[in-house]
Ligand binder design. Structure first.
Ligand code: ATP
Ligand code: AH0
Length: 368
């Protein structure tokens, strides 16, 4: 028995993720022993209502005890309780919560949501608060999905280095060498946040058109990238900083003023171009050219973004479905996988994924 009280060998683990796009909560089952992936189970999604989303938006940038946090906590807990309660025959759950603020070298990192309450509500051991111990040990506390990306590379039988690129609200990439068996071993993974991805596009569409996002890149498709604005954006020192490195959702507030004078279509095209160009700059940091780049997250459904990535990168750019994985659920699956690792005392991050001083298994375990 592990510290979470789960049996030896593979278990069905449920993971849940509420991402920086604030669109809703994903939950998915992965079958794992905490090392290898043995299979995937069912998955489900629970969108936030417009009112709930507004509560979360108001709480962005807030720290514990700030006034918007308690209402945000109620929204996050209710959505997770409802969604995760739909799953059966699960032995353990991983609960990421919702990031409200991220300042690893300053005030820390803040995910709202109470895993102990959720454990009692669901009657399951819940692993949560995944990022704090990494930050306490000098790490960025993000990204945390890279150890799961390494397991995915092995699950799909990859034989050469490849990249997983998540285009969520923020972009993050993991360069993986699947020939190295353990992710914490030297040279197995390199990971970092590439830059803003969908969050600024969503913010623009909301401000200018009252829409949640630029569906299928329809608006960007009719616009033109304003290269002056793009170059000013790329002057930010973040892009030349050696990884690991991570970002807050709203880390580039100047983006909106860079496109402020542009028409709606040009502004959308330029923000989409900025997301793609940030990835290109990120690829310069990879130790070796990858064989293929698999895109996960909502951005893979944006044909304008996918085309921009394809024309600028030297390797095939493919939606992760081409590898038989589910690009909407990868992060939720990751937190199920990481929960089992924490329960079994295995690390969840290492110096090359977050810059942490030594490999660490982050996360609190709450039993019902
Ligand atoms: N058909 C589509 N066309 C264009 N963009 C899309 C489409 N579908 C989803 N998106 C974008 O993807 C976003 C959702 O992506 P995803 O669910 O990966 O984000 P997240 O998990 O919240 O973010 P993060 O990974 O940063 O935590 C939407 O808010 C939207 O911007
Ligand atoms: C602090 C935080 O929540 N960061 C998120 C965010 O969204 C994408 C990117 O920025 C990544 O660093 C991370 O999420 C994923 C799940 C991760 O930790 O791997």
């Amino acid at each position: 028995m592990s510290k979470a009280g789960i049996k030896k060998g593979p278990v069905r683990a449920l993971g849940a993720m509420s991402g920086t796009s604030l669109d809703g909560v994903d939950a998915a089952v992965v079958v794992t022993d905490g090392v290898e992936i043995l299979g995937f189970g069912e998955s489900d999604y629970r969108p936030y209502t417009p009112e709930e989303r507004a509560v979360l938006h108001r709480a962005l940038g807030q720290w514990p005890n700030d006034p918007g946090v308690a209402p945000a906590n109620r929204v996050v807990m209710a959505a997770h309780r409802e969604l995760m309660g739909r799953f059966r025959d699960v032995e353990i759950a991983g609960f990421h919560g919702q990031t409200l603020a991220h300042d690893p070298r300053g005030r820390g990192t803040h995910q709202v949501g109470e895993g102990d309450t959720l454990a009692a509500d669901l009657g399951l051991p819940v692993v949560w608060d995944f990022r704090t111990s990494d930050v306490e040990l000098g790490g960025e506390g993000a990204p945390l999905v890279p150890f799961f990306h390494h397991a995915c590379a092995r699950w799909i039988g990859a034989g050469a280095p490849l990249v997983f690129l998540n285009m969520g609200g923020v972009g993050n990439l993991t360069w993986v060498d699947p020939r190295i068996a353990r992710p914490e071993d030297e040279g197995a993974v390199l990971a970092f946040d590439t830059g803003p991805a969908n969050a600024p596009i969503n913010d623009l569409l909301l401000a200018r058109r009252g829409l949640d996002y630029d569906e299928d890149g329809k608006l960007a498709m009719t616009g033109r990238v304003e290269t002056g604005a793009l170059e000013l954006f790329l002057d930010d020192p973040y892009f030349s900083r050696i990884p690991p490195k991570s970002l807050d959702r709203n880390a580039f507030p100047e983006m909106m003023s860079l496109v402020g004078e542009l028409g709606d279509a040009d502004a959308a095209a330029t923000l989409t171009g900025m997301a793609a160009a940030a990835v290109l700059r990120g690829m310069e940091h990879c130790p070796e050219a990858p064989d293929r780049l698999f895109v996960t997250g909502g951005g893979r459904k944006n044909p304008v973004l996918m085309e921009m990535l394809s024309v600028s990168l030297d390797c095939p750019v493919l939606p992760v479905e081409e590898a038989g994985l589910d690009g909407d659920m990868l992060e939720a699956q990751a937190f199920g996988y990481l929960a089992v690792r924490v329960a079994r005392g295995l690390p969840t991050s290492c110096p090359s994924t977050t810059g942490v001083r030594m490999s660490v298994g982050g996360g609190q375990v709450s039993r019902p």
